[in-house]
Design a binder for this molecule. Structure first.
Ligand SMILES: [Zn+2]
Length: 321
């Protein structure tokens, strides 16, 4: 463990999807580096720490409650982290830490920094101020300057296991066990996503979308258009409905070969029945339509129009054998 050797690098880059503990880990690291209970007082050129913070000393508590003057959190405001905020940060870092043994800067979604902001930050990474570590978190490194990522120790964060998410939802968020299993299946390893889904009554929404799709596939064009209308109430609704549709289509395909691996397990019987009638090629075309529509909506196309075209494409040409 880097930390117990007193060898924490000055720049770190945590990479992984949202909601898998990158920020939490950064926070734990900040505590571990500053916890006054876990400090080993042996004389030496470096102060060594154990990796587990106590959670109850003054330093740990201040960090936990977000009031520590030497722990900085930067995240995008709107879409970007602008250069002015990096400049302000640099001005602060030019001063000595107030009370921290090791000052910690966490820049969440670092890829939201524009090129100017990244270039400004680069100077700090090249000549890090004393007793300071900078942690960047990012979902990917494509939008980061290579000079930034190469100056950081990169640590890859894997998605969380379904089992872990399921237990968290039940134990910490009081979600009922059946719902937790399904949400854990769909959250793609992200606890944030899972919790948000649970809070927003996602299971009900999914049921609504899937029964709507079932009705539409055998219904009139009037029924199909009213579904399109319902699913395009808001941009978010449409995007979420597309996610559900993708999982439903994938299940219709997967259930043909490996029923155990479907996502919407509580819909198993109905999926089986429908899957027998649905052609593979049509399912694949449907999936393609989902991705196309998603792109259009994210590119600010008219949501209602995009969803109408989508439903027409999905069921338009003799969906069922
Ligand atoms: Zn402590």
């Amino acid at each position: 463990m880097l930390i117990s050797k007193g060898a924490v690098p000055h720049g770190m880059l945590f990479i992984g999807i949202n909601g898998i503990g990158k920020r939490t880990t950064a926070l734990a690291l900040a505590k571990a580096l500053n916890c006054t209970h876990s400090r080993n007082e042996e004389p030496g050129p470096e102060v060594y720490h154990t990796a587990i913070p106590c959670g109850i000393c003054k330093q740990c508590k201040k960090i936990e409650s977000g009031v520590h003057p030497d722990i900085y959190f930067l995240e995008p405001q709107g879409q970007f982290i602008k250069v002015d905020r990096i400049r302000d940060l640099i001005a602060n870092l030019a001063m000595k830490p107030f009370e921290a043994e090791v000052r910690v800067v966490v820049i969440s979604d670092a890829m939201a920094m524009n090129v100017q902001a990244q270039n400004a930050l680069l100077k700090v990474l090249e000549e890090p101020p004393p007793r300071t570590i900078i942690i960047l978190t990012a979902t990917n490194t494509t939008d980061l300057l290579p000079t930034i990522s190469s100056r950081c120790q990169q640590i890859q964060f894997a998605p969380l296991s379904k089992n872990f998410i399921e237990k968290k939802l039940c134990n910490d968020y009081g979600i009922d066990a059946k719902a937790a299993i399904i949400i854990a299946e769909i959250a793609e390893g992200s606890l944030d996503k899972a919790v948000l889904m649970a809070k927003k009554g996602w299971i009900n929404f999914r049921d609504l979308v899937i029964s709507g799709l079932e009705d539409a596939q055998e219904g009139s064009s009037g029924i199909r258009m009213s579904l399109a209308l319902k699913l395009s109430a808001k941009r978010d609704t449409a995007v979420n409905a597309l996610d559900v549709t993708a999982s439903w289509l994938r299940d219709l395909m997967v259930i043909k070969y490996d029923p155990e691996r479907i996502t919407n397990k509580d819909w198993m019987e109905r999926l089986e029945r429908l899957s027998e009638k649905a052609e593979e090629k049509t399912i694949l075309n449907g999936l393609e339509a989902v991705y196309e529509t998603r792109k259009r909506i994210e590119g600010n196309a008219n949501t209602r129009l995009a969803m109408e075209v989508f439903i027409l494409k999905l069921f338009g040409q003799g969906w069922i054998k």
